[in-house]
Design a protein around this ligand. Structure first.
Ligand code: ATP
Ligand code: MG
Length: 584
């Protein structure tokens, strides 16, 4: 447990140290101002305790008044200095803490983008992003609030204890007798507080996922009339969060009230003893006042520690999860680059299972070869493995056996990111980003200029409808492109692919029917896009299949038939049945 704790801090320091030029002076300033805050009780005790002692010793009242005036001036001076340094110190902590956090956020995001698809499929995306932001919030709270707080309270505690012992060691020992109880409570209950805080964070992130999912799929929710179902689901999840948190609150409450009781009980005991010592003349009024004032400071700073410890525990849990994400192995980087890629694609004997479902052999020896410029149609009943073939060509997963080759080069030896740049995917359901139409087209080639974007849009039969919109290319498409029609979205995706200018196109033909005019525009655009490139199309329309140079019939993870339309029709096998039952 101790090592896990220090690991969290080592990790924090790894980021903070990049900004140590701001952080360390701020920390130093904090130590200084925390020390200064002890000046306050120091002079306060003189102001309260000294005059009566002095008068008793027969000092002139005028002299006493002069000393009191001087004390107040020094005290105010110290307070002003403290405020002045504090002004800069607070800014320094925010500056260095937030900068370190931004580095952390950036590293996490950068790392996430490099992780394999399988990592994301193993979790609900909403849960992942919610968890990361909740964990980052905990780390932020620790950096901006808890670390300065801990440093300040430590200084006050040590300085205060020194002053308390200086005032009266006997009373001090009596006071310290409560510490073992506090330590015991921290050790026993603190761990449970930590476990509860993790459980409650998980529960909250679970319920945030529902909000995210519903916002994303609001049209589906409404069309199925499932508003109340979702409200109920969210309510249930919130109730669960509440229950988990309240269970934790009991422990937390027990913890705090125990400590408060022990502390105030001790104070009562100590004051009782002090009053007796004072009446016996064992200590002076000044010593007793000094003891009480510094004890209040010591007590207050001790009282802050349980919260500090709880926050540090929460930070440890949070940083552990964040480091877990950072420790995930990214996709393979580097490798060969295909110069003058001709667009030859082949699979031989490819066997594949999804890592999340190892018991199901999804591809059972898939073999095919596509020559440069060839048009290939993949057909077959649902669940046969067509989309899986695409995922493997894109290098999203690795095959268990067999080879995948581009221009005869094994995919394992190729730089996967560079290879993907030579392939373009036009998916079934086009996902646009929430920016403008121009930005969405330029996604195919970041940095493309307006002329390139427009010419791509022309090829994609999209230019006309785009300039017909009030803001033309600067029209925003709404989250995921919801402000555009299905056919318009598809043409934007085609324009994107035109701009990317890949050698190989992977096209998952849309199943949703477009109206005749839209379909004509989309088909025309596709025709231009496919021209001169190798294409693999998961086909749902007979017209696409008829025009293909090669048809692959994918059933149950194997290619059961291949050939042209006429060849396969005369074979009177699966393909013919598919055509006759209008599955294609
Ligand atoms: N991420 C995944 N994890 C586990 N199994 C998966 C995953 N994706 C697909 N499968 C399974 O792999 C099999 C093949 O799926 P695939 O998506 O390749 O079929 P398909 O031929 O594209 O079907 P459709 O025509 O319906 O799109 C199916 O049995 C499916 O349940
Ligand atoms: Mg599919």
């Amino acid at each position: 447990m101790a090592s896990a704790k220090s690991e969290g801090f080592v990790w924090l320091w790894h980021y903070l140290s990049r900004h140590k030029k701001v952080f360390l002076p701020s920390l130093l300033a904090l130590f200084f101002t925390a020390g200064l805050s002890l000046v306050f009780p120091w002079f306060l005790k003189d102001l309260i305790g000294d005059p009566s002692d002095a008068l008793r010793r027969g000092v002139e009242p005028a002299e006493v008044v002069r000393k009191v005036d001087a004390d107040v001036l020094v005290m105010l001076g110290a307070l002003a200095l403290q405020a002045f340094i504090g002004y800069w110190r607070v800014q320094g902590f925010i500056r260095s803490g937030e900068a370190a956090l931004n580095d952390m956020r950036k590293d996490l995001f950068d790392h996430l983008t490099l992780l394999p698809i399988s990592f994301f499929q193993e979790q609900r995306t909403g849960a992942l992003s919610n968890r990361i932001s909740a964990d980052l919030a905990v780390v932020r709270e620790t950096l901006i609030t808890t670390v300065p707080q801990a440093a300040r309270q430590t200084v006050i505690l040590i300085g205060g204890l020194a002053a308390v012992f200086y005032s009266s060691w006997k009373l001090s020992l009596m006071m310290l007798s409560c510490i073992p109880f506090v330590v015991l409570a921290v050790a026993l209950i603190g761990r449970r507080v930590k476990a509860h805080s993790k459980a409650s964070q998980d529960a909250l992130s679970e319920s945030s996922t529902i909000v995210e999912e519903v916002c994303q799929a609001i049209a589906d929710v409404k069309s199925y009339g499932n508003e109340s179902y979702e409200c109920h689901r969210y309510g249930k999840s919130l109730k669960h969060y509440y229950e988990v948190t309240v269970r934790g609150a009991r422990t937390r409450g027990l913890f705090l009230s125990f400590i408060i009781f022990v502390m105030f009980g001790t104070i009562a005991g100590v004051v009782w003893l002090g009053a007796r010592m004072l009446s016996h003349g064992e200590i002076t009024q000044l010593q007793f006042t000094s003891f009480i004032l510094f004890s209040i400071f010591v007590g207050a700073s001790l009282g802050a520690f349980p919260e500090i410890m709880a926050q540090i525990s929460a930070m440890n849990g949070a940083s552990e999860r964040l480091r877990e994400v950072l420790a995930q192995t990214p996709e393979r980087q580097g490798g060969g680059i295909l110069k003058d890629f001709r667009g030859e694609v082949s699979m031989s004997g490819v066997v594949f299972r999804y890592p999340s479902r190892p018991e199901q052999e999804v591809l059972r020896g898939v073999t095919f070869a596509v020559k440069p410029g060839q048009r290939v149609a993949l057909v077959g009943s649902s669940g046969g493995g067509k989309s899986t073939i695409f995922s493997l060509l894109l290098g999203f997963y690795e095959a268990e056996a067999g080879g995948i080759r581009f221009d005869g080069e094994d995919i394992q030896k190729l730089d996967i990111a560079k290879l993907r740049k030579q392939l373009a995917v036009v998916p079934q359901e086009v996902m646009l980003f929430g920016g403008t139409i121009a930005e969405n087209i330029a996604y195919g080639k970041p940095g493309a200029n307006q002329a390139e974007i427009e010419s791509a849009a022309r090829v994609a039969n999209a230019h006309e409808f785009i300039i017909g919109m009030p803001e033309g290319y600067e029209t925003t498409v709404g989250p995921r492109g919801v402000k555009l029609s299905g056919g318009q979205r598809q043409r934007i995706a085609i324009a994107r692919a035109v701009l990317a200018d890949p050698r190989v196109l992977l096209l998952d033909e849309a199943t949703s029917a477009l109206d005749a005019e839209s379909e004509r525009l989309v088909n025309e655009a596709l025709e231009r896009l496919l021209h001169g490139r190798t294409s693999l199309v998961i086909a749902h329309r007979l017209s696409t299949v008829r025009n293909a140079d090669l048809i692959l019939v994918v059933q149950n993870g194997s290619i059961v038939e291949s050939g042209t339309h006429d060849e396969l029709m005369s074979l009177a096998g699966t393909y013919r049945i598919l055509v006759e039952t209008q599955l294609v």
